[in-house]
Design a protein around this ligand. Sequence first.
Ligand code: SF4
Length: 125
Amino acid sequence: MPEGATLKFGNEANEFKCFQCGRCCQISGFVRVEENEAKEIARYLGISLAELRQRYTTTMRLDGKDVEILRDHPGTTRCIFLDEKNRCIVHPVKPKQCRTFPLEWKTPGAHLYCAGLQAMRKKSA
Ligand code: SF4
C-alpha cells in the first residue's frame, strides 16, 4: 500500500487508510516482480540486478512461463524486504502488486488481518 493512501467511495466512512502494520507482507503467497521493477529496486538498494536476483528474488513457473517473485525470509512466509519492525525497506519502489493491495485486489481473508480494512468496516458499521 502507498503510505497514507486512501480509497474514497463517496463518504468518509468508506475511506481506506493503510496502517503500515505489515501483516499483508507476512501472508503466505508470492509477489511478482516485473523486470523494470527489479531494476528500480536494485538501483534503490545500490546493488546490481544480478545481486538483487541472487539475494532477494527467485523464479517460479506460472502458466507455462518463468516469473520473477520476491523471496521470503528463510523458513518463514515474511517478505524478504520486511525488517524487524515490519517495515518495508523498499517502500518507495515496491512492486505494483504491493502498491495496489488492497485497493485493486485482495486475498479472500484480507479483512481478517488488514488493519486498514478492519478500520474501514468499523467506521461504516
Ligand atoms: S495489512 Fe493493510 S493496513 Fe497492514 S500494511 Fe497491509 S495494507 Fe496496510
